[in-house]
Structures are given as C-alpha cells and as structure tokens.
Design a binder for this molecule. Structure first.
Ligand code: AMP
Ligand code: MG
Length: 269
C-alpha cells in the first residue's frame, strides 16, 4: 500500500521504490482549494523569476520527466502561465538528430542549459539517455549503466557554476495513462499528439517503471534532488511543482541590484 505521507523528495542515496508513491495522492488537498490557490502561485513564480533575472547570480534549470501523457506539456502551460518570455524559455528534446547523436550524450543538453539570470525548462532531458534509450535498447546495458554517474557529475558541475536544478518526475498510474491516451484519440484537438509509437511504449510500462526507479534512486543527490510528483490529478501536480519552485527560489535570497548612487529622489522632468 502506498504511503500517502511520502515526502515529495525521497531520501537521497537510497534505492527508490515507486510502489511506495501513490500517483493519486493529494495529501488531503481538495480540487477547489487547489484551483483557488494556483493563480497566486503562478504570480509568485513570475515575481521570483523577475528577481532572478535582475539578480543575475543564479541560473535555474527545471527538468521535467514522466512517461507519455504524464503532463509535461500541461505543467509548462499551467505553472508558467504568468512567466513571460523575458528571461525564460523551454527546451524540448525529441529523437536526437544525426549531429546530436554523433556527439557525447550530454552535448545537446549542455548547449541549452540556462545562463545566469535565466530559467530554462527541459521538456524531457538527458535522463532520456537512461529511459527511452534503455527501455528500447538503443544503447547497450554497459553504456546506460555508466550514465548515472556521468549525470551526477554533470549536475554537480552545473550546480557549482551557480545553476540551480529542480527535477520533477511526474508519476501517473497505468489507468490514468490509458484514459489520457484514449482522450488523445477521441478529442480532435488532441489527436495530433497521438502517435502509434505511444502504444508500443505503453506496452513497455513495467520496464519504464523500473527505469524511473533507477533514475530517481541513482540520481537523487543533495546537489540536485528529484521531486516525485503525484500527477494523476493535474491540479495537485501543479500545486506541488509550483510550491517547490517558489520554495527553491525563495531559498536563494535573491535581491534587486542596488540602484546607482543618488538616484533616489530624482525628479524626472
Ligand atoms: P514528445 O515529448 O511527445 O515531443 O516526444 C519526443 C520523443 O522523443 C519521445 O518519443 C521520446 O522517447 C523521444 N526521445 C527523446 N529523447 C530521446 C533520446 N535521447 N533517444 C531517443 N528518443 C528520444
Ligand atoms: Mg509526448
């Protein structure tokens, strides 16, 4: 039985068991309360992003992972609704191009990492190198197994360079994925998102769950912890992610740069 009081950030350095996390968990939050709260959380993120931009000491990298239909796109649209394009962007990662595939596996991700003052949201990320590439046997076991340590080193390096990393694993149930895939088939406005390959990947559900467990278990470090987000309820997912981002940005003690001396009291004619 899943423990409803599981912390969103599992204890670092320990094997991670997905069965202990209930994707339907809402920690007693009602849908009404969540929907009433979300607008102010969005505004809070916008305000802190503005401060991050002005402060220029830190970059913020947000990593979104989750199986097809887990809600990566939906999270970006909802949680970042109030964040304007000044100082923020989304990097979507699909099947690597020939040029990308010819480079080391982190190359295309490092190239998109945020500069100081900026927020970049990775919609899928280098973690696909231990997810789809593992599950679909695109690389050998030796290759993907060695990547966990490489990823930890890469993240430690970015953190040492003032990049704050916020990683969210969107955890949905198999039943919820069935409903969302069916909705993509049935709803003409969502049909463009449906690909036959989605059903093939769904057939590998158990292999993906195992890959997600290893991803969180092996790469849940103090420098860059994983947040495991119960994502069957979109409104709860948004609250969890928005609150985590606000807490992280607030912990940075950001401030606006000092104005030039003597500017206070200046009267503009
Ligand atoms: P979407 O997120 O729906 O736009 O789909 C992106 C697709 O790219 C998914 O099917 C991913 O499995 C695939 N993809 C992302 N990264 C990789 C990778 N490193 N190797 C192979 N396929 C990938
Ligand atoms: Mg997709």
């Amino acid at each position: 039985m899943a423990n409803r009081d599981q912390p969103i950030v599992p204890p670092p350095g320990k094997p991670f068991r997905l069965a202990e996390f209930d994707p339907e968990n809402t920690s007693g939050t009602s849908k009404e309360a969540a929907l009433a709260l979300i607008p102010s959380l969005r505004l809070g993120i916008n305000e802190l992003q503005d401060l991050l931009y002005a402060d220029r000491r830190y970059a913020l990298l947000i990593v979104l992972q989750g199986i097809d239909t887990a809600g990566k796109d939906g999270t970006i649209k909802s949680v970042f609704q109030e964040v304007g394009p000044l100082g923020s962007s989304v990097a979507n990662f699909g099947v690597p191009s020939a040029e990308e595939a010819a480079h080391d596996f982190l190359w295309r991700y490092h190239a998109r990492a945020p500069e100081k003052g900026k927020v970049v949201i990775f919609n899928r990320s280098y973690y696909e190198s231990v997810l789809v590439e593992r599950v679909d046997s695109l690389v050998s076991k030796d290759v993907w197994k060695a990547r966990y340590d490489t990823i930890n080193e890469f993240e430690r390096y970015l953190v040492a360079q003032q990049t704050v990393i916020a990683k969210f694993f969107l955890h949905i149930s198999k039943g919820e994925q069935r409903e969302r895939l069916q909705e993509r088939v049935d709803n003409p406005k969502k049909r463009w998102k449906f690909r036959e390959g989605d059903l093939q990947e769904r057939a590998h559900w158990d292999a993906y769950q195992e890959a997600f467990e290893d991803m969180v278990g092996r790469c849940n470090t103090a420098a860059a912890p994983w947040h495991v987000v119960p994502a069957d309820h979109k409104w709860y997912r948004d609250v969890v992610i928005a609150k985590a981002i606000i807490a992280l940005l607030e912990s940075l003690d950001l401030h606006y740069p000092k104005p030039v001396a003597g500017v206070e009291g200046t009267v503009v004619e």
